[in-house]
Design a protein around this ligand. Structure first.
Ligand code: SAH
Ligand code: SF4
Ligand code: F3S
Length: 466
């Protein structure tokens, strides 16, 4: 399909409305970091189409909900917001002003036209693979059409989305996300991602390097590479050889100004030797690894189709720690997967004790339509899931607290991200992703400065210049 990027005059007039003021877009983001990244890129695409972004939903001409389908609660949230938007839209109609409502993201991909049936005030449903066609779709909406676009686009959306704009990058601060891989071929039996994001696609090296350079030129010091399965990223390097994520990180570390690199989320099966070695060899690669295991029980891991055993995971962590002793581990856990016994759950508690997490996310299993898990026998009562989640979270919180408290007295490099609430105060980020609050320090945003940790809060650190 031909891509329309120039705005014809009638469109411009429609965009600007009678008053000549530019149209305003409010984007609300749910779900994971990839949605955060996508929302930024949609904002960039809409800016090229004449929209300015607003922080106030009530003030917007276009509201875009960038949705998440991962658990039932996440998906339900969308419909309650759509209810509110329907009321806003009819108030607007009475006042003679339009409101365009768009649903993007993983609920859009999973439910498609069903969203229009449940919420007729929605004008546009757009799946994650077609964001580069947003201007074209909005032109159709202005012509009175309802648009549902959930086909996987043949053309590469990243090739067609406008580059992040310098002014926006500066506004967003000294840390940035960069999606390098999208989709997933793993088909864990609980998970909707392979259905909502499609099969695994890696962005080419030159595209990633160009975007990282652009971010660095705009003052970004820390880049987090994103993918549903980021360590499955692979691509052809400029030398014609096949690169993995380890090699890519080496290349990005050469970019002037980029001092810190991170990546998320990884699957244990795709942690290769090169990537582990990068943790040893690259100072820029931060000592923090989010490596979800979901369960500590081999039986449940098998039912989840994770395709590794608990012992494989533990051995892997040993190797990673062998490469970088101070690496902090983070993970995701699901409790109450169908058929999970008390013994299976105890195995999860045990793996948590063995690993020792600096941070973690834990969830009650939520059956998702269309996934194999939803069809399995042995679904557990909500009370059992609740009770197990409480026990797991108590243990994880304790570990996180120990990790945080262990920082007192240490000196560490901190990336200064913004001014604090009090005069002279700065807020930065530790190598382990903790917020660091420093009173009275002469430093510029974007500086990386050694500070000494004096005390801790729940998750944040308080420091003085070292
Ligand atoms: N690609 C990542 C996970 C992405 S989804 C990985 O393989 O680890 C983020 C997290 O949401 C998952 O790690 C899992 O813990 C949780 N999750 C996914 N589907 C879920 C479901 N149906 N119910 C509860 N939690 C779920
Ligand atoms: Fe979902 Fe599994 Fe893919 Fe992660 S690896 S996105 S949990 S299917
Ligand atoms: Fe949610 Fe889609 Fe991310 S389902 S977690 S927004 S990939």
């Amino acid at each position: 399909m031909e891509l329309e990027t120039t705005i014809i005059d009638e469109d411009r007039a429609a965009l600007e409305g009678a008053s000549g003021a530019p149209k305003k877009v409010f984007v609300k983001t749910y779900g994971c970091q990839m949605n955060v990244y996508d929302s930024q890129r949609m904002t960039d695409a809409l800016a090229a189409d004449g929209y300015v972004s607003t922080e106030a939903m009530d003030d917007a001409d276009l509201v875009l909900l960038n949705t998440c389908h991962i658990r039932e609660k996440a998906a339900d949230k969308v419909y309650s917001v759509l209810g509110r938007l329907r009321d806003l839209k009819s108030e607007r109609a009475d006042a003679g002003r339009d409101l365009t409502i768009g649903v993007a993201g993983c609920v859009a991909q999973a439910e498609g036209g069903e969203i229009l049936r449940r919420s007729p005030s929605v004008d546009l449903v757009v799946g994650p693979q077609t964001y580069h066609r947003l201007p074209e779709m909005l032109a159709k909406v202005r012509n009175g059409e309802k648009v549902v676009e959930t086909e996987y686009a043949i053309e590469d959306k990243f090739e067609h989305l406008p580059q992040p704009r310098r002014a926006e990058v500066i506004k967003r601060g000294v840390t940035a996300f960069l999606t390098v891989q999208e989709g997933c071929d793993k088909f864990c039996t609980f998970c909707v991602v392979p259905y909502t994001r499609g099969s695994e696609v890696s962005r080419p090296v030159r595209q990633i390097v160009a975007e990282a350079e652009r971010l660095a030129e705009a003052g970004v010091r820390e880049v987090t590479l994103l993918g549903q399965n980021v360590n499955a990223w692979h691509g052809e390097g400029p030398d014609g050889s096949e690169w993995g994520l380890g090699r890519l990180l080496h290349r990005l570390a050469e970019i002037k100004g980029l001092a810190r690199l991170r990546y998320t989320t990884s699957h244990p099966r795709d942690m290769d030797e090169d990537l582990i070695a990068a943790h040893r060899d690259l100072d820029a690669l931060m000592p923090y690894l989010h490596l979800p295991v979901q369960s500590g029980s081999d039986r449940i891991l098998k039912a989840m189709n994770r395709r590794h055993k608990a012992s494989d995971y533990l051995r892997l962590i040993e190797r990673v720690r062998g490469a970088r002793a101070d690496i902090a581990m983070s993970g995701d856990f699901i409790v109450g997967f169908p058929g999970e016994t008390e013994a299976d759950f105890e195995a999860t508690m045990q793996i948590v004790r063995e690993v020792g997490y600096a941070s973690a996310f834990s969830f009650k299993y939520s059956p998702r339509p269309g996934t194999p898990g939803a069809e399995m026998d042995g679904h557990l009562p909500e009370e059992v899931k609740d009770e197990r989640l409480q026990r797991l979270q108590a243990l994880l919180t304790e570990q996180q607290q120990d990790f945080t408290r262990g920082m007192v007295g240490r000196t560490m490099a901190t990336l200064i991200e913004k001014a604090g609430r009090q005069a002279g105060q700065k807020v930065g980020r530790s190598p382990w992703l903790q917020p660091v609050i420093i009173d009275e320090m002469a430093a510029e945003i974007g500086d990386i400065i050694d500070v000494r940790i004096t005390k801790t809060g729940y998750n944040s650190l308080f420091a003085e210049p070292a």
